[in-house]
Design a protein around this ligand. Structure first.
Ligand SMILES: Cc1ncc(COP(=O)(O)O)c(C=O)c1O
Length: 382
């Protein structure tokens, strides 16, 4: 990043995710990579896809990386590989994007919600045990806003359940927002039985359309997910499983191969932006009634979002909008209160922390290129 870009004057309209500037930064390499695929016409499962999977394995430390068509399909592939089916229960948090629980329901299983921790906004391990029943098959840990959940605390519960009830619980990481984040030094793609991510354009590592990946250290699960991604086939036109059309396009893989090369730097810039927000806001948050994001000591975040809590959210959003500062709300209504999950029978008050956070949370512009002047301008106007 040139100092000129980093110190640019605040624009009238600050960009929330600034995908345009990112394209500008890597334009030559990315456009060349896309053209190469177009010229070779290897649109499906071209060399770039295998190359990307190798690069992802190297980057994450996970033994097997399998690219797929989206973060949603990554969750589906993970649960299909674990044989999650009607009658099974899968524990997760209600304070996440719909896809986390929607995919459980799509497979005919039942999402069972557990409230979040008030500081990290991730699933509260202390509340998981009470939600386990003989039907529980897996726990999906969402790394919300980019920060991994406390998997060690959850592994203790998994081990205890196996020992005392002879019941195996799988852990799935929904790392759609957290590619490149770490927990005790390991990337969150290298945690759990299967880890999933999304390459949706606005994610920390985004492609130029839909994309995702699943990761595992288990050979059998890896082979099964590879097969499930291509309609469950093991050999052309021979289908062992009911699978799906879940491949990543070669063009997306080509874009990701370029962006992954620069990703460590981009991630460091995101972390720098988050740090600057936190430092600038720290001495004002008490007087302004702002709650800053909390990063636990064992984790690093990919900072998909920089989200703060305020009491007067709608008023603040309107004011910031008029000043050319875009904001977003991730997410305004917890999943247990969504109409589509009415059949689960939850009601208001069931998950008080999720409900409180959903009422107060607001995300500020976050991308590697938010300039110092922009941060100053945003903080001044909060
Ligand atoms: C937590 C979470 N899970 C899953 C997804 C789904 O990813 P995709 O949009 O690539 O299907 C998202 C995307 O927003 C997400 O934030």
């Amino acid at each position: 990043m040139s100092p000129k870009t980093k110190n640019q004057k605040p624009k009238t309209n600050i960009d929330f995710a600034n995908l345009q500037l990112q394209h500008e930064m890597y334009k030559d390499e990315i456009e060349e990579a896309i053209l190469k695929v177009a010229r070779n016409c290897n649109f499906i499962m071209g060399n770039e896809v295998q190359e990307l999977e190798k690069n992802l394995e190297e980057f994450t430390g996970a033994k097997y990386a399998i690219s797929c068509s989206s973060g949603t399909d990554a969750l589906l592939l993970a649960m299909m590989a674990l044989d999650i089916k009607p009658g099974d229960e899968v524990i997760t948090t209600p304070f996440t994007f719909i896809a986390t629980a929607e995919t459980i329901a799509l497979l005919g299983a039942t999402p069972v919600f557990v409230d979040i921790d008030e500081k990290t906004y991730n699933i509260d391990p202390a509340k998981i045990e009470a939600a386990i029943t003989p039907k529980t098959k897996a726990i999906i840990l969402v790394s919300l806003y980019g920060q991994p959940a406390d998997i060690d605390a959850i592994q203790i519960i998994v081990d205890k359940t196996l020992k005392t009830k002879n019941q195996k619980l799988y852990t799935i990481i929904d790392g759609a927002q957290s590619f490149g984040s770490t927990y005790k030094g390991k990337t969150d793609s290298n945690l759990g039985d299967i880890s999933c991510t999304s390459f949706f354009p606005a994610k920390p590592l985004g492609c130029y359309g839909d994309g995702g990946a699943v990761f595992t250290n288990n050979y059998e699960l890896a082979e099964k997910m590879k097969s499930l991604r291509v309609h469950g086939q093991t050999k052309r036109y021979y289908h062992k499983y009911i699978g799906m059309g879940g491949r990543l396009d070669t063009i997306q893989a080509a874009v990701l191969n370029v962006k992954l090369k620069h990703y460590k730097k981009d991630l460091a810039l995101r972390q720098e932006v988050a740090q600057k927000y936190s430092v600038s806001l720290s001495d004002q948050c008490e007087s302004k009634g702002i709650i800053l994001p909390t990063l636990t000591p064992n984790t690093t975040s990919a900072w998909a979002q920089y989200s703060i809590r305020v009491k007067n959210r709608e008023e603040l959003q309107e004011k910031l909008k008029n000043l050319g500062i875009p904001t977003a709300v991730h997410y305004p209504l917890p999943l247990h209160l969504q109409e589509c999950f009415g059949y689960l029978g939850y009601k208001k008050g069931d998950f008080p922390i999720s409900e409180m956070v959903a009422n107060e949370i607001i995300s500020l512009p976050m991308n590697p290129y938010v300039s110092d002047e922009e941060i100053e301008y945003i903080v001044e106007n909060l």
